[in-house]
Design a protein around this ligand. Structure first.
Ligand SMILES: [Fe+2]
Ligand SMILES: [Fe+2]
Length: 260
């Protein structure tokens, strides 16, 4: 994705977040780390609404039905709600659901590709890569959490992320056979860049730190090195083989990402 502009946009979700604030019993020693984690999630989730708004426009451009376009636009609303839910956790922990959205990230239009191939690129990047990794990471985090309001929030978010990943996989399954060998090769070249971008993004948000104390998993704090291992396993065992099964040269793309 290409960053446009330099200044973070202020984000203030306090009113909406306070209305959804869960009751939490958090270890005071972990409160600061938990607030920082959930605030970053709030920003990432809310910011990804723009991605689905852009995708909805791209679906319209290739002549998708109004129902299809509306379904994708609804995913933008879901990302905003995820942002509010994460903000509700920030507020419940005693923090403030405010932050700065990074400079607006427009979904790339890929003007050098035809509209169908441009849409394929973005659905690969968003649905088959980012959202599929999100499903794996959130599932693992949710598994490690006992019952309670935080787990309920992750359950709601996870259900939507599964839908966002499926949007990409379903479309690729339906349209990959339409692309000829040259187009598949070009999509492979694009995947090299998309994998490099994905890895840089995930590693940035999964820092490896000291071992976490008891109770951390209960607050959604994940161990960076475990999460990084899960990220790589998801790419290598799920995403790459599945893309290859659709005739896309994903193994070559993943291996070549360092050169991208
Ligand atoms: Fe989300
Ligand atoms: Fe999502």
């Amino acid at each position: 994705m290409h960053a446009i502009g330099q200044t973070p946009r202020p984000l203030d979700l306090r009113a909406a977040a306070r209305a959804l604030r869960p009751t939490l019993d958090a270890d005071p020693a972990l409160r600061g780390a938990a607030i920082a984690t959930w605030r970053q999630r709030m920003i990432n989730e809310y910011g990804s609404a723009a991605v689905f708004a852009g995708l909805a426009g791209q679906f319209a451009d290739v002549g998708a039905s109004a129902e299809e376009v509306d379904a994708v636009a609804a995913m933008a609303d879901e990302e905003q709600r995820h942002g509010v839910l994460c903000g509700a956790v920030v507020e419940a922990l005693g923090g403030r659901a405010v932050g700065g959205l990074p400079p607006a990230e427009a979904l790339p239009r890929h003007p050098e590709a035809d509209p169908l191939e441009a849409l394929a690129r973005n659905l690969l990047s968003v649905g088959c890569l980012s959202e599929t990794v999100a499903v794996a990471l959130i599932s693992a985090e949710r598994e490690q959490m006992g019952p309670g309001p935080l787990r309920d929030i992750l359950t709601e978010i996870l259900a939507d992320e599964v839908g966002h990943a499926r949007l990409g996989w379903r479309w690729i399954a339906r349209h990959a056979p339409v692309f000829d060998a040259a187009a598949r090769s070009r999509l492979g070249d694009y995947l090299t860049v998309a994998f490099a971008h994905l890895e840089a993004h995930e590693l940035r948000f999964l820092p490896v730190g000291p071992a976490l104390p008891d109770g951390a998993a209960q607050l959604g704090l994940c161990h960076g090195s475990e999460a990084r291992a899960l990220f790589r396993a998801t790419v290598e065992s799920v995403i790459v083989p599945r893309l290859e099964s659709h005739g896309l040269p994903a193994r070559r793309a993943w291996r070549g990402r360092a050169a991208a």
